[in-house]
Design a binder for this molecule. Sequence first.
Ligand SMILES: Nc1ncnc2c1ncn2[C@@H]1O[C@H](COP(=O)(O)OP(=O)(O)OP(=O)(O)O)[C@@H](O)[C@H]1O
Ligand SMILES: [Zn+2]
Length: 632
Amino acid sequence: MSVFQNFSGTESKSTNTDYTLFLRDVSNGVVSSATIDRNTGQINGVKRNGESFTTIIPYTDLALMDELIENNVAVFGKEPEESSLLTSIFISWFPMLLLIGVWIFFMRQMQGGGGGKGAMSFGKSKARLLGEDQIKTTFADVAGCDEAKEDVSELVDFLSDPTKFQKLGGRIPTGILMVGPPGTGKTLLAKAIAGEAKVPFFTISGSDFVEMFVGVGASRVRDMFEQAKKSAPCIIFIDEIDAVGRKRGAGVGGGHDEREQTLNQMLVEMDGFEGNEGIIVIAATNRPDVLDPALLRPGRFDRQVTVGLPDIRGREQILKVHMRKVPLGDNVEASLIARGTPGFSGADLANLVNEAALFAARTGKKVVAMDEFDKAKDKIMMGSERKGMVMSEAEKTNTAYHEAGHAIVGRMVPEHDPVYKVSIIPRGRALGVTMYLPEQDRYSHSKQHLESMISSLFGGRIAETITLGEDGVTTGASNDIERATDIARKMVTQWGLSSKMGPMLYAEEEGEVFLGNTMSKSKNMSDDTARAIDAEIKSIIDRNYERAEKILNENRDVLETMKDCLMKYETIDAKQIDDLMARIEPRPPADWVRDNKDDNDKPSGGAPVADADKKDNKPVQPNIGNPGDATN
Ligand SMILES: Nc1ncnc2c1ncn2[C@@H]1O[C@H](COP(=O)(O)OP(=O)(O)OP(=O)(O)O)[C@@H](O)[C@H]1O
Ligand SMILES: [Zn+2]
């Protein structure tokens, strides 16, 4: 504050003078002192009467100095002001610095300068190294996959003492392929091996190898193995190996050369193992089917460890692992939560515990109770509720009919996943949700099951048409239609489930062309074939639409009562749907009383899934594959 005042104080007093007047004042002996800034040519002077002034030297005035001294003016030089000096240097050098910066950036990109928090990064390979003392993960942190743990326990012995292991005649594995859906703990397990054996852990993702500069990936692989050899015994963990390890020669377009080079380099490195390096390469993927067979040959990733979705006991154990970190209410029972979360992966369960803790924190509670776990589960399975969103009565009615349509058809068609919950509380982008417990393995659906899914997907739109007439139909079904079409198309072109088209793949590259539902005619497909495919898709869709229509017409009364029930409770569960289908007065939902009393401390009555035991082997894929989410 005072500095500022000083500054502005002197500044306001001094007047600007022209240089001629200044020279005249000097020769008249009026000026007592002058401070000269050589950089700017500015002179701050003080007159004998105390008045201060400033002027600028218009050109290099060599005679000025003599003049000043002659007239007894005290002359001061000015210290160059640091900031202005730096600024001017910076400005004049800026373009050059920019160029250098860009150059450095690209060099780093090419060589990989990565390295994350708390991890050491070394020059080139972009792999992150965790030293043996940095890894706190042990087998105790990995729950619910005892078989996988058993499969890899031998590796711990080997890494702890490679030579001893060899003497005992053990065959030394070099490459392990961990196969399993996302979030099942593959990374965790690999890290735990390193933690148990107390060896360093290198991690890198397959996608890190795939860069825009050709040859970079291959050199990264080389560097990584070089570094690893220096730290042996150790583990190299390659996540998403499918990013580099896809079948060679598959597909078109740039980047494949690069990928192949990288892959080749990896094969060369792995072949180069003498077997006594003490390096174990663990790769993880959820698409073992797309991997290049060369990767799976003896001496490479010749051992597979499957890390599957946890079963009910596994889920309970995983929950317990993560619950250690939060203060729990007395009523929390991990086994009940495990029962209500079929299909959850380890990562989902970790997330569940975390969300529950957040719910508790938000409401200022000291412990995380069952109620919070229930809410967290619903949020993860169906997206978060948008309580603030105001739906008009008409919109609500419409949504209720729509969801009831999904649910009723889902109940009536054969081999359909059980309907688990129906809700007209808006969540995420959907106005309503119908939830099923889909099959665990999405690649092994029966034809009947798939057709039933198509029927139930159309149930929503048909219910709207029946009750509100053609004109009352909303856009709410667009996602349903998209998904139904997608299933029908895959049945014909990918899964060989159409007798007319035969068991043949009508796609360029499995998995990729279809992902966005954007399949257009493949390159070497004739127009006739394309037309035949379309006709076959249409016929699948038509017969399932008609089936759903018939079911809903026959159950028109249930459609009405279910709509009423949804309007009243907003969310209904399997038990209520049972009642409605049996045409008896539905009991109120398990948590109805609790929610209306708003009594947060009361136990919620456990898992809201009906018959969860029976359905446990048909887990849900959270937010995927529940054909019911209606509208956006
Ligand atoms: N079996 C498990 N036991 C305990 N926690 C688990 C388990 N599986 C997953 N988790 C939790 O989920 C997190 C993510 O798991 P992780 O990254 O190991 O899965 P991943 O199989 O490697 O997944 P991705 O295939 O997506 O890389 C872990 O850090 C851990 O908190
Ligand atoms: Zn719908």
